[in-house]
Design a protein around this ligand. Structure first.
Ligand code: 1GP
Length: 240
């Protein structure tokens, strides 16, 4: 079995599925068999134990690796290939920086499969998205501030995954690339507004891993077309 860190380090493209949103069996099959590197399960609201178990059991009909973003103790469902534990670097509410994780570990720390867990440092950059509202994120940042947040997570805290989250809108790829180029050890995930092969390719040339979410639910064919666009052979330059 590959260690979780080895698994996500190889991810270039993942689909993010929200347990609180309906998806047909047919659409789920096409997502799972699309050639994507993995499925991330997570959402900013309405995620429960029951809807997470249900979605996991449906994804498990396929071989695609599947990880959970563990945003609350109540959705800690066993059986995923790995668990990302998010912290929001630019949260206005400090419980999203560290607090919710403490609550969860106070309850379940003894059962945590540590070899399958990784910290994930979010930088939320679209002030209109649900995650920004829930965490009261400070999203009006200069490029220097964005880089500084990334350096805190990468160099000081040694967080293995940094996630630039533009959920719902396509981000600033020059800035994403700049962040990636400054990282010493973290993998950079990018998510937000990817709806075309061109956007997927540009994002895959800028971050290590791209995350495609919303378009799955609005235009499945467009979502599926992002997979090949993120493959190394479709991208230019140094994309290690
Ligand atoms: C959401 O970053 C992901 O958490 C993907 O964003 O839904 O805009 O594709 P979209």
């Amino acid at each position: 079995m590959i260690a979780f860190s080895g698994m996500y380090a190889a991810w270039r493209h993942v689909f993010k599925l929200d347990p609180d949103r309906a998806i047909s069996d047919e659409a789920l099959e096409r997502i799972c068999l699309s050639g994507t590197d993995g499925i991330l399960v997570g959402g900013s609201s309405g995620v429960t134990f029951d809807n997470t178990v249900e979605l996991l059991s449906r994804i498990r009909r396929y071989e695609v690796p599947c990880a959970l973003e563990l945003t609350g103790a109540d959705s800690a469902v066993p059986g995923f290939d790995g668990y990302f534990v998010p912290t929001v670097l630019n949260a206005g509410r400090t419980d999203w920086l560290v607090g919710r994780q403490v609550e969860a570990l106070a309850e379940y720390g003894a059962f945590m499969p540590w070899e399958l867990a990784a910290s994930q440092a979010y930088l939320i950059l679209n002030g209109e998205c649900t995650a920004a509202k829930v965490t009261e994120a400070r999203t009006q940042l200069t490029a220097d501030e964005v880089l500084a947040y990334a350096l805190v997570a990468d160099r000081l805290w040694r967080v293995p995954v940094i996630y630039m989250e533009y959920s719902g809108t396509y981000g600033d790829m020059a800035l994403v690339r700049q962040v990636r180029d400054r990282l010493a050890q973290a993998r950079l995930f990018y998510g937000g507004g990817i709806a075309t092969p061109e956007q997927a390719r540009a994002a895959a040339e800028s971050a290590h891993t791209i995350v495609v979410g919303n378009v799955i639910y609005s235009d499945l064919a467009a979502a599926l077309a992002t997979v090949d666009a993120a493959k190394p052979e479709a991208c230019a330059g140094d994309i290690a």
